[in-house]
Design a protein around this ligand. Structure first.
Ligand SMILES: [Zn+2]
Ligand SMILES: [Zn+2]
Ligand SMILES: [Zn+2]
Length: 354
C-alpha cells in the first residue's frame, strides 16, 4: 500500500485515515487521483479545484464508519468499492457492524490494488453478465438458498461469510483445515482471482493455451478434483510446483492461489517502496539476503526483480515477527515453477493494461 500525505500540513497519512491527526482536517480518498485529499472539517461537501471545481462528498457508507472514499455530489451515492456490494450484514448488532468494517477494510484495499493493476471493475448491478459483486453473509441469519452458501466465487459473485471476520472462528478454521495462512485480504485476493480468470483467460483462446502450459487443464472435473483433494490430501511433493497444498487440487485453484500470492507480493513490495526499506545482513556470505525497495512494482515490467526483492524482504519480516513471538507473515516457499506462473500473471496483466 502507498503512503499518503495530508495536503494541508504535509503529515504522512494512511489509506484508512479519515482525518489528519496533526492538523485535524478530514481526509477522503479520491479515486481519480488515487490519493487522500485533505478537506475542511467544518464542511460536508467540498469543491475540488483540481477536479474542475466539481463538488464532492463522502460515500454513503462513511456514516457507517466503513468507507472514506469520495463521490461526486451529483453522482452515485456509493463509491466504486461500496457500489459492488449486493448483500451487506444486518447492522442491528454491534458485532455485525464490527465484522462488516473488517470486511470493508480488506475489500477497499483489494479494490485499490485492482485499480492500480488497471483491471476492469464493473458492478454486477450495471453489467449483469460480466460484472463483479460481493455478498457478505451470516450463515446463522441466512434463509432459504443462502443457508448453504460458503465463502467462494460463482459467476462474478463473491460471497464472504461473516464468520471469516471473527478472529476466533477464523483461527479455528485455520487450525481445522491445517492452513498456514488465513486472512480476510487473502480470501478477497483468492476469490477475485477466480473472477479475473473468467475475464482475462477463459474467453481468449491464445491466452488460455498459454495458461494451460503453466496451470494444467482446467477441463478436468472440478467436483471430482476437490473431492479427491479432501479425501486423499494434496498431490505428492506439491511444494515443488505449487504455492500451497490447496493449489494442487485443481487448475482453477492453482490459478486463484497463485494470483492471490502475486497480489500479496505486489502489495508488500509497494509498502516496502513507500517506507524505503532496505535489507542487508551483517553476515558476509556468497548468498546474501539483500534487497533495496527502490522501485514501484506496479511500474515494473520485470517480474524477476519483483520476486528477487520480495524473498529477502519476507525473510527479514518473518524474522522480525519471530522476535515478537508472532507467526510468520509469509509462511511459504516460492519454488521456481511458481515464479514462472506468477510471471505469466504479471505479463498477462501488463498486456491487458496496455
Ligand atoms: Zn494534516
Ligand atoms: Zn464507499
Ligand atoms: Zn478458490
Amino acid at each position: 500500500m502507498k503512503l499518503f500525505q495530508c495536503n494541508n500540513c504535509n503529515n504522512i497519512v494512511f489509506f484508512e485515515n479519515n482525518f489528519c491527526r496533526k492538523c485535524g482536517c478530514k481526509l477522503g480518498f479520491l479515486e481519480k487521483e488515487m490519493a487522500l485529499i485533505s478537506l475542511d472539517s467544518k464542511l460536508t461537501e467540498w469543491v475540488l479545484p483540481n477536479q474542475n471545481n466539481s463538488v464532492y462528498r463522502y460515500c454513503e457508507n462513511y456514516k457507517h464508519g466503513v468507507c472514506n472514499w469520495l463521490v461526486e455530489a451529483n453522482g452515485s451515492k456509493l463509491c466504486k468499492a461500496c457500489s459492488l456490494n449486493t448483500i451487506i450484514p444486518n447492522l442491528q448488532t454491534n458485532q455485525n457492524k464490527e465484522k462488516w468494517k473488517k470486511l470493508e477494510v480488506a475489500k477497499h484495499r483489494l479494490i485499490f490494488q485492482l485499480l492500480q493493476l488497471k483491471l476492469p471493475i464493473q458492478s454486477k448491478i450495471v453489467d449483469k453478465e460480466s460484472g463483479l459483486s460481493f455478498n457478505f453473509l451470516s450463515k446463522q441469519e441466512a434463509t432459504g438458498e443462502n443457508k448453504n452458501l460458503m465463502t467462494g466465487h460463482a459467476n462474478g459473485v463473491i460471497t464472504i461469510l461473516l464468520s471469516e471476520a471473527d478472529s476466533v472462528l477464523l483461527e479455528k478454521m485455520k487450525k481445522d483445515l491445517d492452513e498456514k495462512y488465513r486472512t480476510l485480504i487473502g480470501h478477497f485476493r483468492h476469490e477475485v482471482g477466480h473472477y479475473y480468470w473468467e475475464r482475462l483467460i477463459r474467453d481468449n483462446n491464445q491466452v488460455l493455451e498459454q495458461y494451460r502450459t503453466y496451470f494444467g487443464d482446467e477441463r478436468v472435473s472440478y467436483a471430482d478434483a476437490l473431492d479427491k483433494h479432501y479425501k486423499q490430501g494434496p498431490v505428492q511433493n506439491w511444494q515443488n510446483s505449487f504455492i500451497s497444498e490447496y493449489a494442487s487440487s485443481h487448475s482453477w485453484e492453482d490459478w486463484a492461489e497463485t494470483w492471490a500470492h502475486y497480489l500479496h507480493l505486489m502489495d508488500t513490495l509497494e509498502t516496502a517502496y513507500y517506507f524505503g526499506l532496505t535489507v542487508d545482513t551483517r553476515i558476509d556470505n556468497e548468498n546474501p539476503i539483500q534487497m533495496e525497495a527502490l522501485f514501484d512494482p506496479y511500474q515494473n515490467n520485470n517480474f524477476d526483480k519483483i520476486v528477487d526483492s520480495c524473498i529477502p524482504l519476507y525473510s527479514a519480516i518473518n524474522s522480525m515477527n519471530r522476535s515478537m513471538g508472532i507467526a510468520d507473515v509469509y509462511p511459504f516457499v516460492i519454488s521456481e515453477p511458481v515464479i514462472e506462473k506468477m510471471k505469466f500473471i504479471h505479463q498477462t496483466l501488463k498486456k491487458w493494461a496496455c
